[in-house]
Design a binder for this molecule. Structure first.
Ligand SMILES: [Zn+2]
Length: 497
């Protein structure tokens, strides 16, 4: 979309949003018209379908047809990304995002409120990194979230390259007084094995303290991505309170590989400057919007995403896409006049990226009513083609009950065959619904084919132009069908029987 077209669409959208058209589904959207994608079959260990799909086939087709002709989520995402921008906890931009989301949900007719949460307030400040020997060359770096500042004038020290924890242990005699570079490569995305983020991110999280324990003075982290155009990727790390804190910065894949080659040939020295500062906790809030249930309004299905982002890019995939998808799913159901038995509650969590206080705050504030939470869905893997749902039953559920819930989810997701979102697998939970899952609430994650998600993740490149409006609309469809059916079923989705 050109800038002019975008502006025109934003102006057009300052009038009340058009209700999605409740026309009969076009042939391509009918539930059984398109054969499912090869990998979209229900999980092989799932039981045969129960009657969920039969009872909800017509209404699911209506919801899918309406979402596929609606661009409301895309319009909302343009407002959030282009007009608010990135929104780190404690920043004025996050406050603006909270105000924007509250107003947008009120405009769509939902019951809206905010729930106060105190959040960590870290600010980045000026940063730089450069090779000073055996060559002089600037590096492209981005401090890891939460890093402390270097002393004035920076830190200049030799680099020790490690690729595994064992490698770090083996080089412990060289690490004292050095800068440790974790050059850990992330394997490429694969539809069968996923993103591999979890293989690498422990080095980002724990690497600084593990190096400090051996006397390192700073850490460089190869950016956590399988593909790079020399963009550095930030992300959270956690200092072990028992160990000295040392500065930590992500460098690009290209620069990590250059440093590794130079280190193989002899001594390499880097100069590093960071200015990160942790300020006192700041007030923030979770934003809540509801469609009250018609029969059992005290029972709740949560659909959530996180409103905060890192302080780079626009937080478009992470997690603006999730935010606008859950918002628009609720708007679509309301516009179609679909009021389920139970309440559907949109929760836009604050502070997922560097503290998780929104998810923890929600679980604490709603502790008394978690028994009445049927499920909590989270979307936080970008606007990619939906392929189904990750399912995390209550930790105390027996294997038999877990299998029954997965089978029920496979039955439900068979309603999404027209958009290829029929999987239901035991996995997760996502970060913001982990605290309620630990208290017994069934957690659901939107499962997507996120083939390029980590190319943009936590970088300046996570911007609105990376979003495909038709794919975003399919994410809305998957969430809206899930939310409606889960909230309307005669018996609870998470029932043991
Ligand atoms: Zn996220």
């Amino acid at each position: 979309m050109t800038r002019a077209a975008l502006l025109a669409s934003l102006i057009a959208c300052s009038s009340p949003p058009r209700a999605p058209v409740a026309a009969p589904p076009p042939p391509s959207a009918a539930a059984d018209a398109t054969p499912p994608a090869p990998d979209a079959a229900p999980a092989p260990d799932a039981a045969p379908p129960t009657p969920i799909a039969d009872a909800y086939r017509d209404v699911a087709a209506r919801i899918v047809a309406a979402t596929r002709t609606d661009r409301g989520a895309y319009t909302k995402l343009a407002e959030l990304t282009d007009h608010v921008g990135h929104r780190l906890s404690g920043s004025p931009e996050l406050d603006r995002a909270i105000a924007w989301a509250s107003a947008a949900m009120a405009k769509d007719g939902h019951d809206v409120r905010t729930e106060k949460v105190m959040v960590p307030h870290w600010v980045r400040g000026a940063e730089s990194a450069a090779i000073v020997a055996p060559i002089a060359r600037p590096l492209v770096g981005l401090g890891l979230g939460g890093t402390i500042a270097t002393p004035k004038g920076g830190i200049t020290a030799p680099v020790v390259v490690v690729t595994t924890w064992e490698d770090l242990a083996a080089k412990k005699d060289k690490v004292k007084g050095a800068i440790v570079l974790y050059d850990v490569a992330m394997p490429p995305y694969d539809d069968a094995t996923g993103t591999h983020y979890g293989d690498v991110v422990p080095f980002r999280w724990a690497g600084p303290s593990q190096a400090a324990k051996l006397g390192a003075v700073a850490v460089l982290m190869r950016s956590v991505t399988a593909r790079s155009l020399r963009s550095p990727h930030t992300g959270a790390m956690g200092y072990d309170p028992a160990l000295p804190k040392i500065p930590a910065m992500a460098v690009t894949v290209e620069d990590a590989m250059l440093l590794h080659r130079l280190a193989d040939a002899g001594e390499v020295k880097v100069k590093l400057v960071t200015s990160g500062k942790m300020l006192p906790d700041a007030p923030s809030a979770n934003v809540i919007g509801e469609l009250r249930g018609r029969e059992l309004p005290d029972e709740v299905v949560v659909i959530g995403a996180h409103l905060d982002s890192w302080d780079v890019g626009q937080g478009a995939h992470d997690d603006g896409a999730g935010v606008v998808s859950v918002m628009q799913a609720l708007t679509t159901l309301r516009a179609l006049g679909l009021t389920p038995r139970r309440t559907i509650r949109v929760v836009l969590f604050t502070n997922e990226e560097n503290g998780g206080r929104g998810g923890k705050g929600y679980a604490a504030a709603h502790a008394d009513e978690l028994g009445k939470h049927v499920a909590g869905l989270e979307m936080d893997m970008g606007a990619y083609p939906p392929r189904g749902f990750h399912v995390t039953p209550a930790p105390t559920a027996s294997d038999e009950v877990k299998a029954r819930i997965v089978a029920r989810m496979a039955d439900l997701s068979s309603l999404l065959a027209s958009i290829g979102a029929t999987r239901a697998t035991l996995e997760g939970p996502d970060a913001d619904v982990t605290p309620i899952n630990e208290k017994g609430v069934l957690a659901i994650g939107l499962d997507v084919r996120g083939s390029t998600y980590f190319d943009y993740h936590h970088t300046e490149a996570d911007t609105f132009d990376k979003i495909d409006p038709a794919i975003l609309a399919d994410d809305v469809a998957a969430i809206a069908v899930f939310a409606y059916v889960a909230a309307d079923l005669p018996t609870r989705l998470d029932a043991a029987e």
